[in-house]
Design a protein around this ligand. Structure first.
Ligand code: ZN
Length: 240
C-alpha cells in the first residue's frame, strides 16, 4: 500500500482516479475472495465493538485490529469526543444508543492517537480563529480537559510534544467519563453486558497502549513483538 508512504498532495484528478483504481481492485480481487462474507453481511450486521476514534486519516480501526467488515461499529469525529447525551446534533449520542440497545455491542473502545490535530487545537485555541465550528466542537473536550490544559500551560518544564501526549491521554479518560453519562451505557454497565476500554494509538510505531484504570496509566495492549521474532515472520501480512 504505497499510498501510505506518500506525503505530497496529489492533483485533484489523480485523487479521484486513485479512489476509482482502488474500487476496481476491490471489485476484481477483494470482493471475489470474500463474496460469502459480503452475502452474509447483506442480511444484517452483528458488530461486537463500538469503536470511537478520531477522523484522522492515519487511524484505521479495521487495519489496526485486523477486523473484517461487520465486526466494528464506527463512530469517528475530530478528537474522538463524546458529547453528553443531551447534545443530539452531532449524532454521537444516537450512534452510542443504537450500538448498545439495537446492535448490543459488548465492548466500546475510545481510541485517541499521537499527533492529533484536535488535541493540538485544544492546546492552541488561538489557532482555531478561522475554524469556529471546530472550536465549538472541541469545547466537548469538557471542563476537565480545559482545566488540565490550563494547568499544563503553567508547567514550563514540559515540551509541547510531552504536553500533547498528556492531553491526548487525559482526553481519552474524560471522554470515557462522558460515555458513562449516556443512559444506554450506564444501563449496560450495570447489567454487566458492556465493557469500556481506553486506547491510545501511536502512529509512528503502530502500537496501542490501553488504559489501566486501577493503576491510572496507559500500558501496552500486548507484550511487544521483538524485532528478532518479527524478522522470522517472512510472509507478507495483509495491511487492511
Ligand atoms: Zn486526531
Amino acid at each position: 500500500m504505497a499510498v501510505l508512504e506518500r506525503f505530497e498532495r496529489m492533483p485533484t484528478e489523480k485523487t479521484m482516479q486513485q479512489l476509482i483504481d482502488g474500487y476496481s481492485r476491490f471489485r476484481s480481487k477483494v470482493y471475489p475472495q470474500h463474496s460469502k462474507l459480503f452475502e452474509k453481511l447483506a442480511k444484517g450486521q452483528q458488530p461486537h465493538t463500538l469503536f470511537i476514534s478520531c477522523a484522522d486519516s492515519r487511524v484505521m480501526p479495521e487495519m489496526i485490529t485486523q477486523c473484517d467488515p461487520g465486526s466494528i461499529f464506527s463512530c469517528r469525529n475530530a478528537g474522538n469526543l463524546i458529547p453528553p447525551p443531551t447534545e443530539v446534533g452531532s449524532g454521537v449520542p444516537a450512534t452510542i444508543e443504537y450500538a448498545i440497545r439495537v446492535l448490543k455491542v459488548t465492548d466500546i473502545v475510545v481510541c485517541g492517537h499521537s499527533d492529533c490535530g484536535a488535541m493540538k487545537g485544544i492546546l492552541k485555541m488561538e489557532s482555531l480563529e478561522s475554524l469556529p465550528v471546530v472550536r465549538g466542537w472541541l469545547e466537548h473536550a469538557g471542563p476537565s480537559a480545559r482545566w488540565l490544559t490550563r494547568m499544563l500551560k503553567n508547567t514550563t518544564s514540559m515540551s509541547f510534544e510531552e504536553t500533547l501526549a498528556v492531553v491526548t491521554e487525559a482526553n481519552i479518560i474524560v471522554q470515557m467519563q462522558n460515555l458513562r453519562m449516556h443512559p444506554s451505557v450506564d444501563e449496560a454497565l450495570r447489567q454487566g453486558t458492556l465493557k469500556l476500554h481506553g486506547w491510545v494509538y501511536d502512529i509512528g510505531s503502530g502500537t496501542v497502549r490501553q488504559l489501566d484504570s486501577e493503576r491510572g496509566e496507559f500500558q501496552p495492549l500486548i507484550p511487544e513483538i521483538l524485532p528478532a521474532e518479527h524478522s522470522h515472520a517472512k510472509q507478507e501480512q495483509k495491511i487492511a
